[in-house]
Ligand binder design. Structure first.
Ligand SMILES: *[C@@H]1O[C@H](CO)[C@@H](O)[C@H](O)[C@H]1NC(C)=O
Ligand SMILES: *[C@@H]1O[C@H](CO)[C@@H](O)[C@H](O)[C@H]1NC(C)=O
Ligand SMILES: *[C@@H]1O[C@H](CO)[C@@H](O)[C@H](O)[C@H]1NC(C)=O
Length: 197
């Protein structure tokens, strides 16, 4: 599969859609497993961000990840970064699937020029309470949450691999990444025995 195609799928997995039922012609025994989701902030003096929390919760069936933050002051102009890396064993260098920086306000308003990002933004609609346009307000708890997804629902995934995703928001005015999230996941083969009934 072409890296770009995989990238598109990964974005879709990360963003969401537990309920999409795609008719897969052939069953794939793979799933994307979220292993860890942590975050950090460069804003050590809390000039922009008041509180944030990231993590995964292990539900009985579905492991979900979640990022939450509250700002001290509204943030209008900002950049959004997203990087998707498939780590590889040395001496190979890690495979960079996606590495983009984009205008955050355009992304919120869905005027982004990169189709993949537009797609991601559309899907995210259901899984975040982000504003539809700038600014991010102060004193509002914003969240994004994602879901584990059985790749069984999707055709065309045919590899086992770890996946690292990094995303961050940077205020243009302050020049600080007020929040960065790091997701570790892996595309895993599900053995038939463990396959959910
Ligand atoms: C998640 O990652 C953080 C930071 O790398 C680490 O401290 C923590 O132990 C990890 N948690 C799990 C469950 O792997
Ligand atoms: C991602 O892109 C930025 C700027 O475009 C660059 O500085 C950085 O080295 C890139 N990172 C990777 C892992 O390719
Ligand atoms: C946010 O809430 C704090 C405490 O409730 C208040 O002092 C501050 O003025 C609020 N900021 C904004 C921009 O509404």
């Amino acid at each position: 599969m072409k890296p770009k195609t995989l990238g598109a799928w990964i974005i879709i997995f990360l963003c969401c859609l537990p309920n999409w039922k795609l008719e897969a012609e052939a069953k794939n025994n793979f799933e994307l497993q979220t292993d860890n989701f942590t975050c950090s902030s460069e804003d050590v003096n809390s000039r922009i961000i008041k509180e944030y929390r990231c993590g995964i919760s292990k539900g009985s069936k579905r492991r979900t990840w979640r990022m939450e933050f509250m700002l001290v002051q509204p943030v209008a102009d900002h950049d959004f970064f997203m990087k998707i890396i498939l780590p590889r064993r040395r001496p190979l260098t890690d495979f960079v699937l996606l590495n983009v920086t984009t205008d955050g306000c355009q992304l919120l308003a869905n005027r982004n020029q990169v189709p993949l990002m537009r797609l991601g933004r559309n899907i995210m609609e259901r899984f975040s309470n982000f504003p539809k346009q700038c600014p991010f307000e102060a004193n509002v708890t914003y969240y994004i949450r994602g879901f584990r997804l059985d790749l069984n629902l999707l055709p065309a995934v045919d590899m086992e691999t770890p996946v690292h995703v990094e995303l961050s928001y940077r205020s243009k005015q302050q020049g600080l990444r007020w929040i960065s999230g790091y997701l570790k996941a892996s595309v895993q083969r599900i053995s038939d025995k463990k396959h959910p009934k």
